[in-house]
Design a protein around this ligand. Structure first.
Ligand code: GLN
Length: 526
């Protein structure tokens, strides 16, 4: 078995397996060898489920040998962020309070991946309950390293998933995104991450953080794999009552449609960050110039492919996204996390509780990490009756204003009539763990370009768009209207085809490894 097979896309791997050119068990073996070599450097996983993976791969091979039909991801090794419940496999949410927990059921997204015959190889590290953007808030340390520079963060909260996909530890991954947690780590690690429309993919069985914004989506190495995973994941689920009864197109054929005439917008409000000063005034702060340049380059690629690029699209309420996200996400987290009391959910404290209330308090004290406690307390404080108007109501008004910006630019009868909006995914590339040499303001506003889509419920895809002069990946984002994943995939596909990824693109980790000769001329990293 050639080790190079791990570098193929999910689409290619499934095709080779279906046509019996390789077996699912062989591919899994190659993935496990890759993990053995890379994982001590990457630290992407909390749990590796080798036994279950081998069983599933054998089952896929058996089906194929018997001539039975197999799913579209037949034999593709994948990982899932540790926020997805997996039956009989430890699910921690990156939290000490759930360490050792074996869920009695699979999350809806895991069920769908399983039905598609994908092979789950493990659970990836993440910030505790998704609260963070670096994985430094995970109870499981050392946390994932950036594949391009181990002194830097992989991003978060789906940092383990992005780092795993970038270093070929499994081909694709399942992530969650509440304020940018799929798109930010994807941008930092040089992979593709798609946050679908709110309600497009079921979240049933996924640990909740801020329910009005939580979404589930794919992290992949190619746009086509993101489309392929969306074919598997999207659709109505009566167990998640925000999912829509909206038909699911074939995203792969939609992605390949003509781009001529597609209206792509760029907004100056997405090329700076708006910093809220303590006196309530708002000041502009520049983003990394190399990131602006990547956005402009991508716009040019689309223009040459026949799209119409509209610059100067005003998105004036973007400046409220970070402060409003601070309020709303914490109030929802405070409410969602009440269930972890050591009785209903979570490990009970062994610290000699004297009664039930003491058990609740001690289990939460022992089980939750610092950031989670901080968010619970701020959420509690801001939702107090006397502060409700000052914080929560104002944040909800800001949220409505943010949504109104998108209604205006995507209105087919309006002034802009956009199909997609093109933005940076993040204002800066992956920063250092010690923060040295990295703009502290931009670090604080890392979610400014991703959280508005969680407020508005809209789909966004981050894809690699070249590198900084230091060799760090840059991500750009396409945003679409409700349920318009097809359009953002189409724009991303063209950008990818026309080569936004720099020549010789290759994570440090992989170039260090002796991978042997590839039979595939067009594989990345060769
Ligand atoms: N970084 C953001 C936060 O810390 C977003 C997290 C997410 O999308 N889950 O809340």
């Amino acid at each position: 078995m050639n080790r190079e097979f791990v570098r193929l896309t999910a689409f290619e791997q499934a095709q080779l397996i279906r046509t019996k050119q390789i077996s699912a068990s062989e591919l899994l073996k190659a993935s496990l060898v890759q993990m053995e070599q890379v994982e001590p450097l990457t630290h992407a996983f909390v749990t590796i489920c080798e036994k279950e993976a081998k069983e599933k791969a054998r089952a896929v091979d058996k089906k194929i040998a018997a001539g039975e039909p197999v799913g579209p991801l037949a034999g593709v090794p994948y990982s899932a962020k540790d926020l997805f419940c997996t039956r009989g496999i430890q699910t921690t949410g990156g939290s000490g309070i759930l360490s050792g927990w074996l869920p009695p059921y699979d999350a809806a997204a895991i069920e769908r991946m399983n039905q598609a015959d994908a092979v789950l190889i493990g659970k990836t590290n993440c910030d505790e309950f998704g609260m963070g953007g670096t994985n430094e808030n995970s109870a499981f340390q050392p946390c994932p390293r950036n594949p391009y520079d181990s002194e830097r963060v992989a991003g978060g909260s789906s940092g383990g998933s992005a780092a795993a996909v970038a270093t070929y530890e499994g081909t694709v991954s399942l992530g969650t995104d509440t304020g940018g947690s799929i798109r930010e780590p994807a941008a930092f690690c040089g992979v593709v991450g798609l946050k679908p429309t709110y309600g497009r993919v079921s979240r049933w069985g996924t640990l909740a953080f801020a329910s009005s914004m939580d979404t589930v989506g794919p992290i992949t190495r190619s746009v086509r794999d993101a489309a392929l995973m969306m074919n598997v994941l999207a659709g109505f689920d009566p167990r998640d009552n925000v999912t829509g009864r909206v038909s699911v197109p074939d995203y792969i054929s939609e992605m390949k449609k003509e781009i001529k005439g597609l209206r792509v917008g760029i907004s100056p409000d997405f090329l700076k960050v708006a910093v809220l000063a303590s006196d309530g005034s708002i000041e502009d702060h520049p983003i990394e110039p190399e990131i602006t340049a990547a956005v402009m380059r991508t716009a040019e690629i689309l223009r040459s492919a026949g799209a119409e690029v509209i610059t100067d699209v005003p998105m004036l309420n973007t400046k409220y996204s970070v402060p409003a996200y601070f309020v709303i996400s914490r109030i929802e987290a405070y409410s969602n996390l009440q269930r972890y009391d050591g009785l209903k959910y979570g490990r009970p404290s062994q610290n000699h509780p004297v009664d039930m209330y003491d058990l609740f308090a001690k289990s939460r004290e022992d089980g939750f990490g610092h950031e989670v406690k901080l968010r619970i307390l701020t959420g509690l404080f801001m939702s107090r009756k006397d502060f409700y108007e000052k914080y929560y109501l104002r944040a909800q008004r800001a949220r409505a204003l943010i949504r109104s910006d998108y209604d205006r630019i995507f209105d087919p009868m309006g002034d802009y009539r956009l199909d997609v909006l093109l933005t940076p995914s993040t204002p800066l590339p992956a920063f250092r763990f010690d923060r040295k040499g990295c703009d502290p303001v931009l670090i604080q506003y890392a979610d400014m370009f991703t959280s508005p889509m969680n407020f508005a419920g809209l789909p966004g895809i981050s894809l690699p768009a070249g590198k900084t002069s230091d060799g760090l990946p840059i991500g750009v984002q396409f945003v679409g209207y409700d349920y318009c994943e097809s359009k953002i995939l189409r724009a991303a596909y063209i950008a990818e085809q026309t080569g936004t990824v720099a020549e010789g693109d290759c994570p440090e980790r992989c170039s260090e490894l002796d991978m042997g000769q590839s039979p595939f001329g067009n594989s990345p990293c060769l």
